[in-house]
Design a protein around this ligand. Sequence first.
Ligand SMILES: NC(=O)c1ccc[n+]([C@@H]2O[C@H](COP(=O)([O-])OP(=O)(O)OC[C@H]3O[C@@H](n4cnc5c(N)ncnc54)[C@H](OP(=O)(O)O)[C@@H]3O)[C@@H](O)[C@H]2O)c1
Length: 266
Amino acid sequence: MALITGASRGIGRALACTLGRGGATVVVNYKKNADLAEKVVAGLEEAGGRGLAVQADVETVEGVEALFARVKDEFGRLDHFVSNAAASAFKKILDLKPHHLDRSHAMNLRPLVLGAQHAVPLMKAGGRIVALSSYGSARAFPTYAALGPMKAAIESWVRYMALEFAPYSINVNAVSGGLIDSDSLQHFFGTPGMPNMSSVLDHIPKGRLGTVQEMADTVSFLLSPGAEYITGQTIVVDGGLSIVAPPFFADSSAPLSPSKRPAGKE
Ligand SMILES: NC(=O)c1ccc[n+]([C@@H]2O[C@H](COP(=O)([O-])OP(=O)(O)OC[C@H]3O[C@@H](n4cnc5c(N)ncnc54)[C@H](OP(=O)(O)O)[C@@H]3O)[C@@H](O)[C@H]2O)c1
């Protein structure tokens, strides 16, 4: 029995479908897109799971409370809580207003902490909490200042929660994504002044965007019995983006450019 915030689209939807294929019951939280959330529920029921779409705005304290009250009323327990929903204003620091800062905290960090406070009493030994982070937690790039530090705080909270909840046998981890092909990435690169997305692909060692399924598969692993001894960690899924620095291989020329795969020895 899993609860995923923001599961009507993107990574949350891919995760709900993945868990559904394994026969899980999934609460599909959403804010606006009821039709998409109901489609996710229909899809995961077709795949052999069970679903319940629950509208709740996790940016508000009341929304988080209502969401968990519904989980408690319907199921009386919870095995997995995935804090996935996120939203931010993409602006220069000098243009950020106090309400942008307050909303980013309320939307991107507080639901993990309040959610964990509701989730833990509903969990038995073996419960899991996973939060979604991004490479903006440790790297700086244009317009991400309202969100990146919230992601850094998520990774820190994950460590504190892992410590405090370990005696209850509840593991807490984060999955940090690089550039993942989704609506939100399109929206981010649509910010006026942002470089063309294709210009950054050369700087990702894997040479492409990640997929929502690759993120979902990693979260799914952290929810599985195989991840029993992993807690307090942030698993990075970024095609190698965070390991590179200038000078970039992509900008080099012969004989450095890795243009051809070396021939194998006969
Ligand atoms: N995409 C990337 O490149 C990338 C990279 C690294 C990390 N991540 C992280 O992965 C997570 C998911 O990202 P994504 O790209 O899959 O997002 P997305 O496609 O923008 O989807 C966001 C989801 O959150 C829901 N949502 C938005 N505001 C909400 C609110 N106030 N209350 C409840 N639900 C709300 C949306 O529901 P409605 O549409 O129904 O409102 C939607 O289901 C985020 O934490 C993000 O920071 C993403």
